[in-house]
Design a binder for this molecule. Structure first.
Ligand code: ADP
Ligand code: MG
Length: 618
């Protein structure tokens, strides 16, 4: 929480007010209710009355401190009571469901049917004015907020597998409620509490302002404001001071509430819910070396690309010093374990890495000689899905569930080719035939959920092909599919590449797929390229120990006795990369020097590069 400056400010304001209010009995203050008519409406800084005096000559400083104490106490108690009762109702309704849920929630609905300030007024009118009754009223009108949000979350929780698992271990309802459900609900309750507390203090003040809360001579912030209302022009300080304290108190509580919410929800802190910009920010580190210019002849040339994530003050080097060339009609495979930076590299090319937290901090990316990192947003949009297309790993997650697949293919055609709706739909049918979806004319009006996983991925490929791009980036397009479908999709990509001469950047963690489809391969490890070369050469004679180990994991048909050696250990975290070779800890050929000196990506032979100081050894 210390990193959230606003929350710290809120905490300081709140702590200061709360401390002073708590210390009221031991502070050398005059009696807040003692009248002293000669001092009436004394201005600020009068002798004996540092904050002046009100219309009855009562000391403002003393009244404001005692009044704040009352307001805080009523607000906090009302909030706690509402949280306790409301959450209890919510849990029981959500957990037991059926008639219990119906009965409780209809009762809550009845409370919500009235504007709640009116309801509070009605309750106080029925019970009679007074602070305690105001407290009851405020608690009751706030119960629905807790009951509703807690019930909603509970409904989601009771269907979770871990609740079923707890049942399977023989636990009863009470144990499940307290052991499984409640801990997961606490953040929701605390967040609702912290965000409604300020509101409740305001409501209490509102009732007192109307004369229904604190009764004279007792002071609370609302009643002080109410009594001073008539004096605003004559003695503005008498009204301003309680107003200011209410303002500070509510701002403080809200800032702290927001801070608590951010702290309890890690997605907020990591920027996960922050709305990312339309393009990855490009902000070169001061002193980062000027990248070499990529060759103009390449369809895609990347040099020294560094894409980092700035999370909680730490820098995650997801892709660092990555370089690649992709020529027209060529297929380059990127291979590496999960988390090695393949997707980040590919997304950086189209500037699709979310900012925040991602950022391109160095390097050059050229498309037919055009610098992509300096592109204006409009030009970038013209490029995406048009000259460079992207096929995502999860076809269900990337298709809009409410639009037919035909409409979604047509969308990208219309965006880039300016065709009419019917022309674009006709083209969509053509494309669906080209990616071999049977009965395309009818399937164009199918929704994504009506297609199988393989067909959905074909739709993804059809969308990528829609504008006849010169580069297709495919990010693990077959990982979610079974092997027969995978083989068909790979066939399809191979044919399309042959027919149209499209360059393909194919990301996978499966060397078998690379062998099947690609001309050249680039192996990545912990955000860096560790080996590149023609697929045949790398397969026959891998030079980096990591490539070697990856190849050892591929089963070979006809060699049933071959041991499949998984690589022991895990890749290093990209925010704590070790010095020297990143693979050293898992390497079977590691020597002293690997851990001390930085290892460069060196050429061995005309077409190959390896990042290993022992690459030339047999
Ligand atoms: P893969 O090679 O499996 O495609 P990625 O390129 O997706 O791996 O991820 C590389 C690294 O970047 C991982 O350590 C991952 O945790 C980190 N990373 C990726 N996306 C984000 C993000 N949006 N926020 C923070 N870290 C991320
Ligand atoms: Mg990935």
């Amino acid at each position: 929480m210390r990193r959230n400056h606003l929350a710290v400010v809120g905490l300081i304001i709140l702590a200061a007010i709360a401390l002073i209010a708590l210390a009221a009995p031991i502070l050398p203050l005059p009696d807040p209710n003692a009248t002293d008519l000669p001092a009436r409406l004394a201005p600020l800084l009068s002798p004996g009355h540092p904050l002046g005096a009100d219309q009855l000559g009562r000391d403002m400083l003393s009244r404001i401190i005692w009044g704040t104490r009352v307001s805080l106490a009523v607000g906090v108690v009302a909030a706690l009571a509402a949280a306790l009762i409301g959450s209890l109702i919510g849990i029981v309704a959500g957990f037991y469901g059926r008639w219990v849920d119906t009965a409780l929630m209809r009762a809550i609905d009845m409370l919500m049917a009235f504007p709640y300030l009116l309801l509070a007024l009605a309750i106080v009118a029925a019970l009679g004015p007074g602070l305690l009754n105001a407290l009851f009223a405020i608690s009751i009108v706030n119960i629905p907020f807790f009951a509703r949000s807690v019930r909603g979350v509970t409904l989601g929780l009771v269907r979770r597998d871990y609740v079923d698992a707890a049942r399977l271990t023989g636990q009863g309802d009470f144990a499940i409620l307290t052991g499984e459900i409640l801990p997961n609900l606490l953040p929701v309750i605390v967040i609702t509490l912290s965000t409604t507390l300020g509101w409740m203090i305001l409501e209490t003040a509102g009732l007192s302002f109307l004369g229904l809360g604190a009764q004279p001579p007792q002071a609370d912030l609302g009643s002080m404001l109410g009594e001073a209302r008539a004096l605003v022009l004559v003695a503005p300080h008498v009204a301003l001071i309680p107003g200011l304290v209410i303002l500070l108190l509510v701002i403080g509580i809200n800032l702290v509430g927001d801070g608590i919410r951010d702290m309890l929800d890690p997605r907020l802190g990591s920027g996960g819910l922050a709305r990312p910009g339309a393009a990855t920010a490009v902000a070169f580190d001061a002193g980062s070396p000027t990248p070499e210019p990529p060759p103009a002849a390449a369809a895609l040339g990347v040099r020294n690309l560094a894409t980092h994530f700035l999370l909680g003050g730490e820098r995650h080097k997801a892709a660092d010093n990555v370089g690649l060339d992709l020529h027209a009609g060529e297929c380059l495979g990127i291979v590496g374990e999960s988390g090695s930076g393949k997707s980040v590299t590919a997304l950086s090319i189209l500037r699709l890495v979310p900012t925040p937290p991602g950022r391109i901090v160095g390097g050059a990316i050229h498309h037919h000689g055009q610098d992509l990192l300096g592109l204006k947003p409009a030009d970038l949009r013209d490029l995406r899905g048009n000259r460079i297309a992207y096929i995502f790993q999860d076809p269900l997650g990337t298709l809009n569930p409410l639009l037919t697949v035909g409409e979604q293919i047509a969308e990208t055609i219309r965006r880039h080719q300016g065709k009419s709706r019917s022309e674009a739909m006709a083209l969509a049918v053509d494309l669906m035939e080209r990616v071999r979806i049977p009965d395309a004319a009818n399937r164009v009006s199918a929704y994504p959920h009506e297609l199988s996983g393989g067909q959905r991925q074909r739709i993804g490929i059809a969308m990528a092909l829609a504008n006849d791009p010169d580069i297709i980036i495919a990010d693990e397009p077959t990982t979610a599919l079974d092997v027969t479908i995978q083989a068909e999709i790979l066939d399809l990509l191979r044919d399309l590449r042959r027919e149209r001469g499209t360059a393909l950047l194919f990301i996978t963690h499966d060397f078998g797929v690379v062998a099947d489809l690609c001309d050249r391969v680039m192996v990545m490890y912990a955000g860096r390229v560790v080996e590149t070369g023609p697929v045949r050469d790398v397969l026959r004679d891998p030079r980096h120990p990591y490539t070697r180990r990856l190849l050892d994991c591929v089963p070979v048909l006809g060699q049933p006795k071959r041991a499949l050696n998984a690589i022991p250990g895990l890749p290093p975290a990209v925010n704590r990369l070790p010095q020297g070779c990143h693979f050293a800890d898992r390497c079977d050929r590691v020597i002293e020097r690997c851990r001390t000196s930085d290892v460069a990506l060196d050429p061995i032979g005309p077409y190959r590069t390896v990042r290993c100081i022992r690459a030339r050894e047999p």
